[in-house]
Design a protein around this ligand. Structure first.
Ligand code: GLN
Length: 478
């Protein structure tokens, strides 16, 4: 039998599984076949798990027993920095090439309980540092819509897997855009949840005050299903919290009242945005206006500090978090003549250039003479950014910008210019700095067939508004 993977969603797959149109094993087989056909070129997966069909068999038992959950038997891909007990988790680094996770991340535990089938682990920028998946120690990943282009990053493998129909949905992590931007480049929906709404236990820390796990999915409804499955307070993450009942998304806001959408025009002007992106953004706003939303220009005067603040914060936290990779406790070990040389050789040989660059810059900005001038300053300005959002949300329900200044760009374009690579994050990083939720929603394609997207941002803990507006955007596209 052939299953139409292109048009499949979690909801449709669930219905088909429950009605017996196909089994979880057949569904898993269809994906494995697709992966076999395409992964050689795309390199979305670093590993496809050997026991996929066994997992699917277990799901079938559950379905036959009438105990199917909406996620039972749904094939998902997992970014390589999220731990699944007994499986390798390498963060696409040589440092953790053979590291086997000793426990399940909380999000994995939750998905396992629902009967999700894990297809494999996906490629990424090493330790999530990057925006194109070109910083992986295991080769680049290619964009499923144009293999000469990057898929975005750092969750590029997960986004390619979703956009290329190599899984039904995926998990990524987002520190400064790593779910939203690759989702935008690959034509998927990507949610960076409110900071703390999803447990970080079991995701490898990059910058702990910014990291969040979130879904990459084919549509808004699927993203919401996964978000609801993974969110919640966790005793192993003290920054996590429970939101017992999210206001029932799609119905609560959109129908009840006009959504007010704020556009920080003067910030957009500084982004160096491609014409095709800005035109598509304006068209999307126009459609939303026709759908009954109100579009307002708003002032967010501190947003243009976000990029500088973000990178100082990230480098600092990276330098602290990466200290654990010393060749003794985890992963690779390279023998030197004494302990110091062990450290230097292990870290020098097993960590890639971008990771080493960030450790060095972070150590520098945290050093005695510079701490106040850089790290403390960035922390202060971060508060201003947070207040910009708080103030904006007194006036509007959602803030909208493009996700990135351009659609997916050719492989290699920015690899020799790290600063240019960082500048691509201009629209995504403020959201992490403020801890608010942000979502990337597809809004069509360029003439060349590359996906375009809009980024919508809601107040702290109001992820539900994103699902509501996301659904309106989706409807406007149809
Ligand atoms: N591109 C950003 C960076 O390199 C974001 C990475 C991320 O969100 N993990 O830091």
């Amino acid at each position: 039998m052939t299953i139409d993977l292109e048009n499949l969603t979690i909801k449709k797959a669930h219905e088909a599984l429950v009605h017996g149109d196909f089994t979880a094993v057949e569904l898993a087989e269809a994906y494995l076949k697709e992966i076999k056909k395409k992964n050689g070129e795309l390199n979305a997966y670093l590993e496809v798990f050997a026991d996929v069909l066994e997992q699917a068999g277990e799901a079938d038992k559950r379905i036959h027993a009438g105990q199917a959950d909406i996620l039972t038997g749904i094939p998902m891909a997992i970014k390589d920095n999220i731990l699944i007990k007994g499986r390798i988790a390498s963060s696409a680094s040589k440092m953790l090439e053979n590291y086997v996770a000793t426990y399940d991340a909380t999000v994995i535990e939750k998905l396992k309980a629902r009967g999700v089938v894990f297809l494999g682990r996906t490629n990424m920028d090493e330790f999530a540092m990057g925006g194109s998946t070109e910083n992986s120690a295991y080769g680049i990943t290619r964009n499923p819509h144009d293999p000469t282009c990057v898929p975005g990053g750092s969750s590029g493998g997960s986004a390619t897997a979703v956009g290329g129909n190599l899984c039904l949905a995926a998990l990524g992590s987002d520190t400064g855009g790593s779910i939203r931007q690759p989702s935008a480049f690959c034509g998927a929906v990507g949610l960076k949840p409110t900071y703390g709404s999803v447990s970080r236990y079991g995701v490898m820390a990059m910058a702990s005050s910014l990291d969040q796990i979130g879904p990459i999915a084919k549509n808004i409804e699927d993203a919401e299903i996964i978000y609801n499955a993974i969110r919640g307070w966790d005793r192993y993450d003290s920054t996590s919290y429970d939101l017992p009942e999210l206001p029932a998304s799609t119905k609560s806001f959109g129908e009840a009242k006009k959504l007010r959408i704020g556009v920080p025009e003067s910030f957009l002007n500084q982004g160096g945005i491609d014409e095709v992106v800005i035109n598509n953004f304006r068209e999307t706003l126009k459609k939303l206006e026709q759908a009954g939303c109100e579009i307002k220009t708003i002032e967010m005067p501190n947003l243009h500090y976000s990029l500088a603040c973000y990178y100082i914060t990230v480098f600092s936290e990276v330098s602290a978090n990466m200290a654990r990779f010393d060749g003794v406790r985890y992963g690779a070990h390279v023998e030197g003549k004494d302990l110091l040389e062990d450290y230097m050789k292990t870290r020098g040989e097993k960590l890639g250039r971008e990771v080493r660059r960030r450790i060095m810059l972070g150590t520098y900005v945290l050093s005695a003479g510079y701490y106040d001038a850089y790290y403390n300053k960035a922390t202060e300005v971060r508060e201003l950014i947070r207040r910009d959002y708080a103030k904006a949300f007194e006036e509007v329900d959602v803030v909208a910008t493009p996700v990135a200044p351009s659609p997916a760009y050719p492989i290699g374009k920015n690899t020799s210019d790290p600063l240019q690579m960082y500048l691509e994050d201009i629209f995504t990083v403020p959201i992490n700095m403020a801890g608010v939720p942000g979502m990337s929603v597809p809004t069509g394609k360029t003439d060349k067939g590359l996906p375009l997207a809009i980024q919508i941002v809601a107040p702290w803990r109001r992820d539900d508004i994103l699902f509501t507006l996301g659904t309106i955007i989706e409807t406007c596209q149809a």
